[in-house]
Design a protein around this ligand. Structure first.
Ligand code: SF4
Length: 74
């Protein structure tokens, strides 16, 4: 799994616009693991939705500046 969550730097909050942008990308990605299994593609990300590639919870990861999508989508 290609995750950069444990990079050891102090977490900084990303801008709200970039946070929303990243979630919108994940919402349509085939690698999203929805907490509610029948959630349609593009629906807002749930707080317990995870990325199948890195295993991370998407919302908290997207909120932190400097962390990246394992497929370089953001
Ligand atoms: S972090 Fe990247 S690979 Fe994972 S669900 Fe989001 S866009 Fe897809």
């Amino acid at each position: 799994m290609g995750c950069d969550c444990n990079q050891g730097t102090q977490a900084q909050r990303d801008s709200s616009s970039n946070y929303e942008r990243k979630q919108a990308i994940c919402a349509t990605c085939t690698e999203i693991n929805r907490w509610v299994t029948d959630t349609p593609p593009g629906a807002p990300v749930h707080m317990l939705d995870r990325c199948l590639r890195c295993g991370c919870f998407i919302k908290p990861k997207a909120k932190i500046w400097g962390l990246h999508c394992p497929l370089n989508k953001w």
